[in-house]
Design a protein around this ligand. Structure first.
Ligand SMILES: [Zn+2]
Ligand SMILES: [Zn+2]
Length: 460
């Protein structure tokens, strides 16, 4: 600040002209080489424009983050739905698995039954084979016995008193003939009972064979029925396994869809992180620019502010009494994603547009910016007056100054002396303003402080 202090105070603002331009801040050092000021940048307006641009970029980034947040929320909702579907499908799969296990148990039981039946059948078949062997042995023996019997009968026939002889073809015919004819009377009872026992044994074996065959048929029917049951169970099991396979492939499709959604979400979150990082970097830049701007304003005020303080009372309210509603206070403001350097004032149930702006204390006008024609509500900065639109800065001496922004009209010019309460302009909506209001700042040595430190709504 030593360099600028060398300039003669009264002539500084006259030289600076309508805007504090870069040229006004150029100084000639002792070595005679022209260089920029220590802060390397141009005018306050340029700095404010840069600040507004970065704020606008950050606001755009916030919008993008909000949109990405919506996308992420939608994705997460989709993930929840798919997860619920997968849970449902998995419980179906578990249910099918249990049904399949139950079917498999039934099939295993049927298999055991079938095996038991087959074993029974095999036993029966063995028994049948054994019986058949017995029968053929018995029949062979019987044949031999019948032949013996026939020889015996022939011998007896020679002494037959009846003189009749049937035409006989085999041993069994001989047997029947002798059993049922009178000749039998002549057969010894020993021989006859032997023959009878032999034949009874044959009959018995044949009956047994027939019974065993019937039993075998029954068992074969049982076996066929069991096999049929087993086939039905196997078909049911195959159907269940088919359904389970279908569900498993659906679940795996859903899982890959899910991992796609999750990957997409990661990408979106990475984008958000990237934007947050950009915002953090921009905010750092913003802080630097803001400090630079504050320093320029402070230096301007330091050079413009008279050492004499021409007043002894405090500051009045900058508007008429009905305009006392504060929409934004001094300090951090989330909507702006940064600090609010003053207070925003509107009417309480009364439109504030065109309301007269009064200088809160006597002093000298050290800055007027009156180039903005964009006097309407907007959610962006037209860039005029570095976002303040049309504004006035009044220096009150003793390091104190006040700023009145977004004016519709300005009635004072730079260098003009004003008295406390003088109307210096009208409330409007120029610069970065969403609606008619007065943005009012108080500065100590160029540093913004809470205006309520100096003035209140009920002070005029
Ligand atoms: Zn403008
Ligand atoms: Zn404001």
């Amino acid at each position: 600040m030593g360099i600028i202090k060398k300039l003669k105070k009264p002539s500084f603002w006259a030289k600076a002209g309508a805007a504090l331009c870069a040229a006004a801040l150029l100084v000639i050092p002792s070595d005679g080489v022209i260089s920029k000021n220590a802060y390397g940048s141009a005018s306050m307006d340029d700095l404010q424009a840069q600040i507004d641009k970065i704020k606008k970029e950050n606001a755009d980034r916030r919008d993008q983050i909000d949109k990405l947040g919506d996308d992420i929320a939608n994705n997460e909702a989709a993930i929840d739905i798919v997860n619920a579907q997968i849970d449902g499908v998995n419980s179906e799969i578990t249910k099918y698995g249990q049904l399949i296990i139950a079917k498999q148990d039934s099939i295993d039981a049927k298999k055991l039954e079938i095996a038991a039946v087959e074993e029974q059948i095999a036993d029966k078949e063995k028994t049948i084979e054994a019986k058949k062997n017995d029968i053929s042995e018995m029949q062979a023996e019987n044949k031999r016995n019948l032949q013996k019997f026939a020889k015996l009968a022939s011998a007896l026939y020679k002494t037959d008193p009846s003189g009749t002889l049937p035409v006989l073809n085999g041993s069994r015919d001989w047997y029947n003939y002798y059993v049922y004819s009178d000749v039998v009377k002549n057969i010894s009872s020993q021989n006859l009972s032997f023959m009878k026992a032999l034949m009874a044994s044959i009959e018995e074996q044949e009956k047994m064979i027939s019974d065993l065959n019937a039993e075998i048929n029954g068992l074969e029917e049982d076996k066929a029925a069991l096999k049929k049951q087993k086939e039905t169970l196997e078909e049911e099991m195959a159907a269940l396994e088919g359904e389970r396979t279908g569900l498993e492939s659906y679940a795996s499709e859903q899982k890959s869809y899910l991992s796609g959604l999750a990957a997409n979400n990661e990408t979106l979150k990475d984008k958000v992180d990237g934007l947050e990082y950009d915002i953090a970097v921009s905010n750092n830049k913003l802080d630097e620019l803001d400090k630079e701007l504050q320093e320029l304003i402070r230096r301007a005020q330091e050079n413009g502010s008279g050492s004499d303080v021409a007043y002894t009372d405090g500051f009045r309210w900058p508007l008429a009494p009905q305009f006392h509603n504060i929409t934004t206070y001094f300090g951090y403001d989330a909507w702006r994603n940064g600090n609010h350097g003053g207070i925003d004032i509107i009417g309480y149930g009364v439109p504030v547009g065109n309301a007269q702006i009064h200088t809160v204390q006597s002093g000298r006008v050290i800055k007027v910016s009156n180039t903005c024609s964009h006097d309407y509500g907007k959610y962006y900065s037209c860039g005029c007056g570095g976002g303040w639109g049309n504004y006035v800065v009044v220096d009150h001496g003793g390091g104190l100054s006040t700023l009145y922004a977004h004016c519709r009209a300005i009635y004072v010019s730079e260098g003009q002396y004003v008295t406390k309460g003088d109307v210096i302009g009208l409330v409007g909506c120029t610069g970065w303003s969403t609606g008619d209001h007065l943005h009012f700042e108080v500065r100590e040595d160029g540093y913004r402080v809470d205006p309520f430190k100096y003035t209140y709504q009920d002070v005029y």
